[in-house]
Design a protein around this ligand. Structure first.
Ligand code: ADE
Ligand code: ZN
Length: 324
């Protein structure tokens, strides 16, 4: 690991907290909660972390998170991530969680938000590591289910900065969620959505024009649409790109083919993020390293990517000034 990367102050804007569940913690929580897993040991579970596409990952991801039951489980999960982030000089994080993946199993939202929120607060006090929390709707479920979730989240409104949209992209376009995004906007939530990961560039346009999001998660399909790229550059709409995720889910065949630097040099506000680091082979530094070693990114480019993260984050201008 280059010292330039390990010492670079970083901001992470695309991180699913359930995607930080390491195999060791899956087994520890299963033991604590009296759950029998389908895998005999950690290495057998790790062997299942070979993915053909987004759906093959999601199947393992939703299964893994079934060990999360109590407020302490969500605290321990989040705390383990924050410790790693802090060790990697991550100074600010904007974290997704999937409420429906837990309420659908009978785990109350208060348990989920309580545990995650307690860890975020401890990291702020202990290290000055700041954060925002984003509730992400599962796009393979109905808009009605997203509306139910939005209503259930009302008591936690102060702890939730924004809403997002994730899970299986193909066949679940942004337009499926037009009304629930309008309702969330009315309630003052900030809006983001996964778009253009496996889905087409038109989903990025729809997320911007129909859902009115301010930031696109992934967005790498923009590389196929020159007018869209020009617009994203002109409006400085941030893309939270996840290099190792794109490689593991076969969005790109090799890191050398990743469009990150083309997007950067076209003037887009592209940022580096880890998505689901327990599943994709690395946290923030590993993602920067993949760009350096696999794509030939130089220190100046890596620095610009890190500065884009500061530009794209939801801290106040005063808080941002402290980071740079
Ligand atoms: N949920 C967790 N990670 C995801 C990803 N990369 N794309 C869509 N949904 C997800
Ligand atoms: Zn994601």
């Amino acid at each position: 690991m280059s010292t330039f990367i390990s010492e670079l102050p970083k901001v992470e804007l695309h991180l699913h907290i359930e995607g930080t569940l390491e195999p060791e913690m899956v087994f520890a929580l299963a033991r604590r909660n009296g759950i029998t897993l389908d895998y005999p040991d950690e290495s057998a579970l790790k062997a299942a972390y070979r993915f053909e596409d987004l759906q093959s990952f999601l199947d393992v991801y939703y299964q893994g998170m079934q060990v999360l039951l109590t407020e302490q489980d969500f605290f321990d999960l989040t705390w383990a991530y924050l410790r790693r982030a802090h060790a990697e000089r991550v100074r600010h994080v904007e974290i997704f969680f999937d409420p429906q993946a837990h309420t659908g199993r009978g785990v109350p939202l208060a348990v989920v938000v309580g545990g995650i929120g307690r860890a975020l607060e401890q990291a702020r006090r202990q290290w000055g590591l700041t954060s925002r929390l984003i509730m992400s709707f599962l796009r393979h479920l109905s808009q009605e289910s997203a509306f139910d979730t939005l209503h259930h989240a009302e008591p936690f409104r102060q702890q939730l900065s924004g809403i997002g949209l994730d899970s299986a992209e193909k066949g679940n376009p942004p337009t499926k969620f037009t009304q629930v995004y309008a309702a969330a906007r009315e309630q003052g939530y900030r809006l983001v959505a996964h778009a253009g990961e496996e889905g087409p560039a038109s989903y990025i346009r729809d997320a911007l024009d129909v859902l009115e999001v301010e930031r696109i998660d992934h967005g790498v399909a923009a590389i196929t649409d020159t007018p869209l790229m020009a617009r994203l550059a002109q409006e400085r709409i941030p893309l939270t790109v996840c290099p190792l995720s794109n490689l593991k889910l076969k969005v790109v065949e090799t890191m050398a083919e990743h469009p990150m630097l083309q997007l950067l040099h076209a003037g887009l506000c592209v940022t580096v993020n880890s998505d689901d680091p327990a599943y994709f082979g690395g946290y923030m530094n590993a993602n920067y390293q993949a760009l350096q070693q696999g794509l030939g990114a130089g220190n100046e480019e890596l620095l610009q990517l890190a500065l884009n993260g500061v530009e794209a984050c939801w801290l106040s201008p005063e808080e941002k000034a402290v980071l740079t």
